[in-house]
Design a protein around this ligand. Structure first.
Ligand code: OGA
Ligand code: MN
Length: 320
């Protein structure tokens, strides 16, 4: 991640501050919302699903590909937006995997920096217990209860080649297994767009709450920058900003909802991007109390982003 030397005059920084601000609240008039795209639209193009042509076989925890909606954004070369990839049950499956398995050994999380590994590894198990055994009432609402559990402090997990947050480098010595189910699901999505076979080798899972943001940056630490980047969102909706290779390209704001995915390839692979705002769920989808499903409580107040990369190029493997 490259967060350095972004000053207030950068277009992406200005837009980031605009959407992040509390008062006056930002207008969402210019946000690209694929749920409300009326075709034909000048900004986006709906693509024909080419999965049949490229021989994609599907995945047990993905919708059948006939249901997927795939768009490109006309001004941002190489950026694809995909929705309707996951049923509600698929979303539950992947979110459970993120909290239950991908946030424990041998994967790494920010909690490992503060707690012994066995304690860090039991964060979700303990939180689930807390959330199911506490009595629900007006004051003991889901958010307050969640805030008192260990999982509230989870910010990131790294899988496969572990992203080093200081050096931004990957290293062969700093690597653990990449989960097979996640690799297959990600390959299925990326390969569907007809890219050369994608190898998911590193993932950052970001865990956000309502006030969390991700500063503008570009991801350029991977060996082969022709390989796309896949970003999948679950839980609370959010505003995502994507500009260009230069910080002064005025960014486009895109609304991301649970189950949406972005593929950054071509020019957009090296575009500055960031996440200035996590949005509340619409009133219509709010869970009414009491609710004793810990995952539902978590997702009501959190956003999960699975960000997947191929690290090594086909010709070069990483040195130690
Ligand atoms: C990242 C990233 C975007 C998001 O992890 O590098 O850009 O939607 N995440 O959370
Ligand atoms: Mn990124």
């Amino acid at each position: 991640m490259d967060c350095k030397d972004i000053d207030d005059s950068d277009e992406i920084k200005l837009a980031f501050k605009y959407y992040k601000r509390n008062s006056p609240p930002p207008s969402f008039e210019d946000v690209l919302d694929f749920a409300n795209v009326i075709s034909p639209d000048l900004k986006v193009t709906k693509l024909q699903n080419s999965c049949h042509d490229v021989g994609i076989v599907g995945h047990p925890n993905l919708n059948p590909y006939e249901l997927w909606d795939i768009y490109s954004i006309n001004d941002i070369k190489g950026l694809y937006f995909l929705s309707n990839l996951f049923s509600k049950a698929d979303q539950t499956y992947w979110c459970n995997r993120c909290l239950e398995t991908y946030s424990r050994s041998p994967h790494r999380t920010n909690l490992d920096l503060h707690f012994p590994k066995d304690k860090a590894d039991s964060s979700w198990a303990i939180s689930k217990q807390n959330l199911t055994s506490t009595c629900w009432n007006g004051e003991n609402n889901g958010k307050n209860m969640l805030k008192s559990t260990p999982i509230w402090n989870l910010r990131w997990a790294t899988l496969g080649f572990h992203h080093n947050w200081d050096t931004r480098k990957y290293n062969k010595e700093n690597k653990s297994v990449f989960p097979e189910d996640l690799a297959q699901m990600c390959s299925c999505i990326v390969d569907s767009l007809g890219f050369k076979k994608f190898r998911p080798e590193a993932a950052i899972i970001n865990f956000y709450h309502s006030k969390s943001t991700l500063a503008p940056h570009k991801d350029d630490s991977e060996a082969d920058l022709d390989r796309p980047l896949l970003s999948i969102s679950f839980g609370m909706p959010a505003i995502f900003l994507i500009g260009g290779a230069d910080k002064n390209v005025k960014p486009t704001a895109v609304k991301l909802r649970s189950g949406d995915a972005l593929i950054m390839s071509g020019q957009s692979r090296l575009a500055y991007h960031g996440l200035p705002l996590v949005l509340p769920h619409p009133e219509s989808s709010k869970i009414s109390l009491p609710n004793s499903d810990p995952l539902a409580t978590y997702l009501q107040h959190s956003r999960i982003n699975i960000n997947v990369r191929q690290v090594e190029s086909d010709s070069k493997s990483l040195k130690n």
